[in-house]
Design a binder for this molecule. Sequence first.
Ligand code: IYR
Length: 224
Amino acid sequence: MNTVTFVPHTSYHEYPPEEMQHRAAAFYADISRRRTVREFSDRPIPAGVIENCLLAAGTAPNGANLQPWHFVVVTDPAIKKQIRAAAEAEERDFYNGKAPPEWLDALAPLGTDEHKPFLETAPVLIAIFAQSYGLLPDGRKVKHYYVQESVGIAAGILITAVHNAGLVSLTHTPSPMGFFNQIVGRPSYERPFLLLVVGYPAENAQIPTHAQKKKPLEEIVTYK
Ligand code: IYR
């Protein structure tokens, strides 16, 4: 049986109130500049940046510290081409009858369609997988807890880390996404969670004004 050990939390750092207020405001100012981009440059990403962003994602709070995620970093043009072909096939169905009209109406201001050239243009695609269980070296299964929540938080930290590094990203979720397992060779107990497209924006990248409008604090928060 594991013994429980604790150590002092020496990495915690308290800021004086004014500095805390400044940091909170500065972080909001910076993260509010983050925009989802669908037009990417093919410029390569400097060495080590993606790795540090993934290390940051891997610090996410998660169920029982079982870390129920796996990230596949795709840079191989041949694999990107396969992903694009499979994603566009799903999206064609989605935009041509599968999606209810209500959903297509909600998407209309974003200007999306079944064409996903960014899946080949962007230098890096990160396929994020959620593991419903882990496997011990002897083949026994270890059940994972709060998998969706854990992987969602890790994805959020990854998106934030990518923005902080000065890159842009797109959360892409062709539905269904089962083809990812086969293309990048992951086991069936790992469920594709989302594909994060990462890179520099194309020189004349455009962003929809629609998504600029964020709900005011009064609408998203209740104080009791
Ligand atoms: N997966 C499709 C549709 C789509 C759905 C939502 I909800 C979005 O916020 C954006 C797009 C696509 O990528 O086009």
